[in-house]
Design a protein around this ligand. Structure first.
Ligand code: ADP
Ligand code: MG
Length: 671
């Protein structure tokens, strides 16, 4: 059905494009107009419906035009007042008229008063509404009244058939769709209001289940579609992969072995792998990625490894060169900062198929890079890449296998919903010999003690990071702050070798600083958050983070993960400035109390919602409007099973359900 042009635009703004979308536009709260309250019984803070007769009414000029009327319900009086009003409202309030006014009664200048109430002229026996009055989210250009009429019209017009059959509903202990929807739009008086407001009422459960089911169906269909595509088979030949394992000075952890075994199986299949490898900071994802790369290379395929920042890409380049060059693997480096000649040379090697492994930033997937036979693309810190970069990657060379890595662990509920089109592996243990980092929260006023600690640590041969305050608003300001911090720190520690690394340094300069730090030529490294990912210097056992209250949880956890990489006990000191916002206080408490990335991620999801985790996913996955990932976890689990059953079955239920919930909303997955 097409809406009239006047309402089509505001409806579109609310995401409503079809009559059915109106049905799914659910109230955010309710008002009770099902019973009358005598004026003198109204409680403060409560909106009530009062029926009364107009005694007098008048338009007054008190600075601005004001419509004032006095009403009586026979026992007490009530003043009502409007600052903005239409002539029709003056008419409604002519003396002698009987009206129902809805609003909150407060003590006013002349006595009890109601400001800007909703007014309705009634007769002696006008019946009261039989259900609570829904209040819908709306937008400019569409009044609550108009929207209500549209929605009620849709409820009457549509059949509201169920997409799920009775047997299934009984098994899931869910109510019928029609019944649930009607209930939520017009709840009877006397219903438990809390269960409506908190969305725990069975009618809400049904709607939330349906919403989650639609999401599951969409994601599972995307999953199946990918499984129908073909990709080169790259089975494990155990030559290069075994050689790498043999050359390492340590053994793989059980979790590394298990994740790699799964990836090895994926790569051997004739369908493109889309696997997300999750593992806490320092869990050893790079090595698993290296094994996957070798398996592809053994089969004559090329591999691309992309990281979100140059400093991280470079760490990978150094590490992988160290591991793989001795095995005869030809590796190329591609980044935005490459000189024209070097870049040309790198691209020629990639295009000719001579380069077996290309490592770099998103520069790897710009238009001028052409792979001869790309078989596997590895994306580190996948959540930091935007949609365009993911699309560019997908556009390179057919359907390569993809391995995505993330050190921001994704809580289970999230990976079961927004990531349900991917396969997920988790590295759930750290290599042995790590000592958990001890975290301290220190007020900025006690800076002196922190300075003493650094002196002691460095005197004992340890190294330390000093992380500059984060200035998100401006890169220029961030650079200025970093330079100033560096100067101050140098003055504070004249006896120490102090270095500086920040995002604006040239690649070679950055590499030099990191190499000096690794070689212990630098004792104290002042750094911006560029060191957040990937940097690996086991002898650094102390980290000071300035203005920790400004940073997000994932960022703090990642930063902290730069220490605690060796056998010696490490410390992270989080300096904070008072006063702390409630959110900042909550974050610092979480990071102080937890070392486990998954716990931190769960807390983060609770504090901030799913946005931060989704990255490029956000635009592809159908978002949840009603369900809450944490609270409705039980629904996600059962919806997933139902989705798989429906897709396996022959009925059209899945298609009908998807059509209903996603219908005219454009939807496609971009991964
Ligand atoms: P992340 O998962 O954060 O990317 P890395 O891959 O950078 O972690 O690994 C962190 C450090 O642990 C690296 O120095 C790496 O060489 C080392 N490492 C990886 N696997 C093992 C292992 N099984 N035993 C000991 N050290 C390991
Ligand atoms: Mg890493």
């Amino acid at each position: 059905m097409a809406f009239s042009p006047a309402v089509a635009k505001p409806l579109e703004k609310l995401g409503i494009r079809s009559t059915f979308d109106l049905v799914l536009h659910l109230p955010m709260r309710y008002e009770d107009e099902t019973r009358l309250t005598p004026i003198r019984e109204a409680q403060p803070g409560e909106s009530v419906l009062v029926e009364a007769e107009v005694v007098e009414s008048e338009v007054k000029y008190r600075g601005r035009r004001t419509l004032v009327a006095k009403l009586t319900d026979g026992k007490s009086e009530l003043w009502i007042r409007f600052l903005n009003f239409y002539p029709s409202q003056v008419k409604q309030l002519e003396p002698g008229k009987r009206v129902r006014v809805f609003g909150e009664i407060r003590p006013g200048f002349f006595g009890d008063e109601m400001v800007h109430p909703r007014v309705k002229v009634v007769g002696k026996d006008t019946p009261l509404p039989k259900s609570l009055t829904p209040v819908y989210p709306t937008t400019a250009g569409l009044s609550q009244h108009q929207l209500r009429e549209l929605i009620l019209g849709a409820l009457d017009k549509l059949a509201l058939e169920d997409t799920l059959d009775n047997a299934l509903l009984a098994k899931l202990r869910l109510g019928e769709f029609r019944e649930s929807v009607l209930f939520l739009h017009r709840p009877p008086p006397g219903v438990d209001r809390t269960s409506l407001d908190e969305r725990t009422h069975p009618a809400w459960e049904r709607l939330k289940f349906d919403e989650i089911l639609a999401q599951q169906l969409a994601m599972r269909i995307a999953y199946r579609e990918r499984r129908a595509k073909s990709a080169p088979k790259l089975p494990d030949k155990h030559t290069l992969t075994n050689a790498l394992v043999k050359s390492l000075p340590f053994a793989l952890t059980k979790a590394q072995k298990k994740s790699y075994a799964t990836i090895a199986r994926d790569l051997a299949e004739a369908h493109p792998m889309r696997r997300l490898l999750q593992g806490d900071v320092g869990s050893g994802k790079t090595l698993v990625a290296a094994l996957a790369a070798l398996q592809a290379i053994e089969n004559g395929a090329q591999v691309a490894l992309m990281a979100p920042t140059e400093i991280l890409a470079e760490q990978h380049f150094l590490k992988l060169s160290h591991w793989l060059v001795p095995l005869g693997v030809r590796i190329a480096w591609v980044a935005g900062s490459l000189k024209a000649r070097a870049k040309k040379q790198a691209l020629a090697g990639i295009a000719a198929g001579e380069t077996q492994l290309a490592i770099g930033t998103h520069a790897l997937f710009q238009g001028d890079v052409a792979f001869a036979r790309l078989g596997l693309a590895i994306v580190d810190e996948q959540q930091r890449f935007g949609v365009e970069q993911r699309l560019a990657l997908a556009a390179k060379g057919g359907e390569p296998h993809q391995l995505m890595m993330s050190a921001t662990p994704i809580p289970r509920t999230l990976s079961m919903s927004y990531f349900a089109d991917l396969d997920v592996s988790v590295i759930d243990e750290l290599p042995p010999g790590r000592t958990p980092v001890q975290t301290k929260l220190v007020s900025e006023k006690r800076r002196d003690e922190v300075i003493k600690r650094i002196r002691t640590a460095c005197a004992e041969g340890a190294q330390a990071y000093w992380v500059c305050p984060l200035i998100e608003e401006s890169e220029t300001l961030q650079l200025k702050t970093a330079l100033e911090t560096f100067e101050t720190i140098k003055e504070t520690f004249p006896d120490l070798a102090v270095g500086l690394v920040h995002g604006r340094l040239k690649a070679e300069e950055k590499a030099q600083v990191m190499a000096d730090f690794k070689a212990k030529k630098i004792q104290l490294l002042v750094a911006t958050t560029v060191i957040e990912v990937g940097v690996d210097v086991p002898n650094a056992t102390l980290m000071v983070i300035e203005h920790a209250e400004r940073m997000g949880l994932a960022q703090l956890h990642q930063l902290r993960g730069r220490v605690g990489r060796g056998a010696k006990k490490s410390h992270a000191i989080l300096l904070y400035h008072q006063p702390l916002s409630e959110m900042a206080r909550a974050r610092l408490k979480v990071i102080y109390e937890n070392n486990d990335g998954f716990e931190i991620a769960r807390a983060d999801l609770q504090l901030r919602g799913p946005g931060e985790f989704l990255g490029a996913r956000q635009s592809g996955a159908p978002l949840l409007r009603f369900a809450d990932l944490e609270r409705d976890a039980h629904l996600i689990e059962s919806a997933r099973n139902v989705a798989d059953d429906l897709l396996a079955g022959k009925s059209r239920a899945a298609a009908r359900h998807l059509d209903r919930w996603l219908g005219t909303r454009q939807f496609y997955l971009k991964a």
